[in-house]
Structures are given as structure tokens and as C-alpha cells.
Write a protein that binds this ligand. Structure first.
Ligand SMILES: Cc1cc2nc3c(=O)[nH]c(=O)nc-3n(C[C@H](O)[C@H](O)[C@H](O)COP(=O)(O)OP(=O)(O)OC[C@H]3O[C@@H](n4cnc5c(N)ncnc54)[C@H](O)[C@@H]3O)c2cc1C
Ligand code: FES
Length: 332
């Protein structure tokens, strides 16, 4: 059976076992979250060996060329040697410059980059990995343009029992230094999108963050087609950024903001019902083939919404999804 050498230890890999699972089985400390190739928290560096193409395909070419790969996607069949990257490797130091509650459970986090020369380019809607001082890594979607605002804006939901979010909500303070890696993800306003294409954006909870970034990016780039922006929450108290979205609607008549809640709202402007049912019911079938969809937030919503609009007639390559997949934790 193949052997895995990792920080002065050697472990035996079980058949079809990933490097990440082998390290976790042997009680080694390695950051991870999704185990699905998405969050890139489990990035490791290969030493004098070659990782499989499958495990490398998820990361940028520049990282592949330097020998990095994803431990959760690497199932070696021969002896291998790997090490954890240090915090300095391809991460950027940032300072928390703002922590503001947007509703009872969502916090806006703003980050100032310590050395702007180190900052990487991204498009709003992509996500980055936040690394806290304990080395815990989680993905968060970017709600704004760094070039425009000179800071990074994230919207983070307080998650009961969640390791990263409990640290953020209880211990993080303005001025604290953390690190970011990125960017990742293909959910953004692509310059190849036709300027007059109909865009439909729908998100639950903090799924608003990437959508808000994408909508503003589209409008900044002169998008001239209608943009319908759906945001869903359980009740009025779960909606946020209503003022900002109404201001955008006022400034750009082609931008149409439609808040939705499951519980009936006292505000007649808020639609009542499940977001996926409302969006499906309001879609104009005759234009579906040409519409481009951006779906963000809870994975159950994103996958259900994608299925509904695909079955209704939308083209699969016009549906861009950003499910906020969480670490799979078995409650103790
Ligand atoms: C591409 C991408 C983009 C994302 N963007 C955003 C974003 O913009 N905003 C945002 O808020 N989130 C976003 N997320 C989700 C985010 O990455 C984290 O998964 C989320 O914040 C939870 O992290 P955590 O460390 O607090 O929870 P974890 O510790 O990772 O826990 C994961 C889940 O397990 C549950 N759990 C843990 N321990 C227990 C226990 N003992 N008993 C019962 N349940 C338990 C937690 O409640 C939680 O639901 C994104 C995810 C991805 C993949
Ligand atoms: S990419 Fe490996 S744990 Fe998320």
C-alpha cells in the first residue's frame, strides 16, 4: 500500500483514501472545510513527487506549477511526500477595519489590505479563503470591488456551533490581523456576457453578498439588459441591505429588486413564499433560453432553484451557481 510522508511522519494510505482523510485518520492538523474541491482550505505542497491531475485541476495554474494540490482530492497510488504551506505562502495579510451587524445574525466585515502591492485581482462575486489567527480557514464571497472601495467587503452569517463564525462573532475585533487567500470561483459578471442579456439573480441569506457585488459590477460595466434581483429570508428580520438595493433600483431603472420572505410581511413590497417557487412562477418562459441566472446561498436552495429553471427551459450553461457548502459535521 502507498505511504504518505508528512511533516516527519509516515502513514499508510488505505486503498482509495485521500491524503486529507489519511491525515485526519492519523490525528494530524490540517485545515479543511468542504472536502469537495471548492474551499481550497486543504491546499498542500508536494515534495519531490507529482500529484494526480484530478487533484490539481481545481487550483490555478500558477499554484499547480509550484507543486500545490488539494489534499481532499488527491488519492495517491504510489508513495508520496507533502507538507503544509506556511501562512506566508500566497496569502495576503489584512486588517479587520469594520465589524457591523446588518441584521440580527449577519455581520458586514471589511478588510484593509496591509500591503496593497500584495493584493490580488478578483471580480466581485468570487470568494476568498479567510484564515484566522488559529489557522481555521473558511470561504466567503466578496460583495464589492477592491479597486473601487480600497477594501474588501464580506457578509458573514452567525452559525450556531460553527468554529470560524463563533470566533468571528465573539473574539474578532477591529484592527486584528488575519490572512486571505484567493480568489476562487466562477460566479461573477463575465465580460463575455452580452450587455443586453436579461440577468436574474436569486439568493438566500448571505447569498446576497456575491449577488450584490455582481449586480454592481454589471452596472459599472454598462450592462443595459434588465436585472431582476431576488433576495429571500425567513421573515423581514432576515432581509438586509434593503436601503442599498432600493437606492440601486432608483439609480438604475433596469435594476429590479424583489425581496421575498416565507413568513408574511407587513410591507406590501415584500413577496410572500419560498424564494424558489416565487422565482419559478415569475419567469417569462418565452425568454428563458437567453436569460443568465446567478444563484447563491444555501446549497439546498441553489440546487433546487437550478433544477426548476433548467426543467422550465433555461440553458444549463446560463445557470451560474455558488452554493455555500459547509463542512460536514456529525453532531456529537
Ligand atoms: C464558495 C463558498 C462561499 C461562501 N460564502 C459565504 C458568505 O459569503 N457568507 C457566509 O456567511 N458563508 C459563506 N460560506 C459558508 C462558510 O464558508 C462557512 O461554511 C460558514 O461560515 C460556517 O463556518 P463555521 O466554521 O462557522 O462552521 P463549521 O465549524 O465549519 O460547521 C459547519 C456546520 O456544522 C454545524 N456544526 C458544527 N459543530 C456542530 C455540533 N457540535 N453540533 C451540531 N452542529 C454542528 C455548524 O452549525 C455548521 O452548520 C461560503 C461557503 C462556500 C463554499
Ligand atoms: S477543497 Fe479540500 S476541503 Fe475544501
Amino acid at each position: 500500500m502507498a505511504k504518505l510522508k508528512f511533516q516527519n511522519h509516515t502513514f499508510t494510505l488505505e486503498p482509495y483514501e485521500s491524503v486529507l482523510d489519511c491525515l485526519l485518520r492519523n490525528a494530524q492538523t490540517i485545515p479543511y472545510a468542504c472536502k469537495a474541491g471548492t474551499c481550497q482550505a486543504c491546499l498542500i505542497r508536494t515534495i519531490a513527487c507529482e500529484a494526480t491531475a484530478e487533484s490539481k485541476k481545481w487550483i490555478k495554474n500558477a499554484l499547480q506549477d509550484k507543486g500545490y494540490t488539494l489534499a481532499c482530492q488527491w488519492l495517491p497510488e504510489q508513495d508520496v511526500h507533502a507538507a503544509l504551506p506556511t501562512i506566508e505562502e500566497f496569502s495576503v495579510a489584512v486588517l479587520i477595519s469594520e465589524l457591523v451587524m446588518l441584521n440580527k445574525s449577519v455581520m458586514r466585515v471589511k478588510l484593509d489590505v496591509k500591503d496593497p502591492a500584495e493584493m490580488f485581482h478578483y471580480r466581485p462575486g468570487q470568494y476568498l479563503s479567510l484564515i484566522n489567527p488559529d489557522g481555521i480557514i473558511r470561504s466567503y464571497s466578496i460583495a464589492n470591488s477592491y479597486e473601487k472601495d480600497q477594501c474588501i467587503e464580506l457578509h458573514i452569517a452567525n452559525t450556531e456551533h460553527g468554529i470560524f463564525t463563533q470566533w468571528l462573532f465573539k473574539s474578532a475585533v477591529v484592527g486584528m490581523k488575519i490572512h486571505i487567500r484567493g480568489p476562487s470561483g466562477t460566479c461573477f459578471y463575465n465580460d463575455a456576457i452580452e450587455k443586453d442579456q436579461v440577468l436574474v439573480m436569486a439568493g438566500t441569506g448571505t447569498g446576497l453578498a456575491p449577488l450584490y457585488g455582481i449586480a454592481r459590477d454589471a452596472l459599472t460595466h454598462g450592462h443595459s439588459g434588465p436585472i431582476t434581483f431576488y433576495h429571500g429570508g425567513r421573515s423581514d428580520a432576515h432581509l438586509y441591505y434593503r436601503e442599498q438595493l432600493l437606492a440601486l433600483q432608483h439609480e438604475f431603472p433596469l435594476f429590479d429588486y424583489r425581496p421575498c420572505t416565507i413568513d408574511a410581511s407587513s410591507d406590501p413590497a415584500v413577496l410572500t413564499g419560498r424564494l424558489e417557487q416565487i422565482v419559478e412562477a415569475q419567469l417569462d418562459s418565452s425568454h428563458l433560453q437567453k436569460m443568465r441566472f446567478f444563484l447563491c446561498g444555501a446549497p439546498t436552495f441553489v440546487f433546487d432553484m437550478r433544477k426548476r429553471i433548467y426543467l422550465k427551459g433555461a440553458r444549463a450553461d446560463n445557470i451560474i451557481c455558488d452554493p455555500f457548502t459547509e463542512r460536514n459535521v456529525t453532531p456529537t
